[in-house]
Design a protein around this ligand. Structure first.
Ligand SMILES: [Zn+2]
Length: 94
C-alpha cells in the first residue's frame, strides 16, 4: 500500500485552512432585469452593464441562428424547385 514518504509539516497542513475565512463579495442586482449579479460584471441574462447593452445573450444567438437556418432552408427549397422546373422544361422541349 502506498504511504506518504514524509510527514506534512504544520505549515503545509495549515495552508489548507488559510482560505476558510474567504467570502464572496457583495451581490447586487442587474439594473435592467433585477437578476442577481456580482458587482462590476455584465449581466448574462440580458447582456446589460451600467444600463448599456454590451453582450449578446445565449437566447439572442439562438434566435439569430434559427433565422439564418430558416433562410438557408428556404433558399435550398427554392433552388430545388427551380432545378426540377428546368428538368421538366427540357423534357417537354425535346
Ligand atoms: Zn440583466
Amino acid at each position: 500500500m502506498p504511504v506518504p514518504k514524509r510527514k506534512r509539516s504544520r505549515q503545509r497542513r495549515d495552508k489548507r485552512f488559510a482560505n476558510k475565512g474567504l467570502s464572496i463579495g457583495q451581490i447586487g442586482l442587474c439594473t435592467n432585469c433585477d437578476f442577481p449579479l456580482l458587482s462590476h460584471t455584465a449581466c448574462k441574462e440580458c447582456g446589460f452593464y451600467k444600463g448599456r447593452k454590451v453582450l449578446t445573450t445565449k437566447s439572442e444567438r439562438g434566435a439569430k441562428r434559427s433565422v439564418i437556418n430558416q433562410t438557408r432552408v428556404a433558399k435550398q427549397e427554392a433552388l430545388e424547385a427551380q432545378m426540377q422546373q428546368a428538368a421538366t422544361g427540357t423534357q417537354q422541349g425535346s
